[in-house]
Design a protein around this ligand. Sequence first.
Ligand SMILES: Cc1cc2nc3c(=O)[nH]c(=O)nc-3n(C[C@H](O)[C@H](O)[C@H](O)COP(=O)(O)O)c2cc1C
Length: 202
Amino acid sequence: MDFRDLLPRRRMVRHYTEEPVPPDVVERVLETVRRAPSAGYSQGQRLLALTEAAGRAEVARVLGDAGWTASDGREPWLESAPVHVLVCTREDDYHERYRREDKLLDGAEIEWPVPFWFVDAGAALMLVLLAAIDEGLAAGLSGVPREAAAELRASFGIPEDVEIVALVTLGYAAPDPGWSAVTSRATQPRRDSGEVVRWERW
Ligand SMILES: Cc1cc2nc3c(=O)[nH]c(=O)nc-3n(C[C@H](O)[C@H](O)[C@H](O)COP(=O)(O)O)c2cc1C
């Protein structure tokens, strides 16, 4: 799909049909992350794909939206998604990379201007969101509170040096639940370009 056609379709979808996503489609979407930029080519991005029902049910339980129903006005989000992807980062990849000779500054690892490992995780998940649309899928993004992250780490054997950054849900779009509009352009205006993008001087 042409980028100009794809971008306007980029939005969070929080309710999916029961149609399963073919494994090769999921693989193509997730493979795009290998082409994400990363600071110093540290490649600290990691994904944990959950396609089996038990794993997805565990995520829904931990994140607290298990048991949502349309009849109580809460069409299920996580429970309806046929694919969950935990987007993670391994910070140590950055320290290891920036302690190599070519990255040292006055003989030492740089002072990190911002945590590049989270920047790169964001770039990676953006690729997943866009690749999903390119494959005819829809995607949603959920933050993962600290306590939930600790539980998910235990449930799925995520190593201590890998941090969960966010959860991406993938599937075929079902009609948007009403509650989904609360944090969207349906209820809040998009910031003006002039506020977001400045030219030549702030
Ligand atoms: C880091 C991050 C965390 C987010 N966490 C949540 C979340 O926990 N729940 C949710 O419904 N949406 C979440 N979102 C989605 C935003 O609400 C959404 O991107 C925003 O409202 C703009 O809507 P759009 O992406 O459909 O254009 C998150 C987005 C980002 C980038």
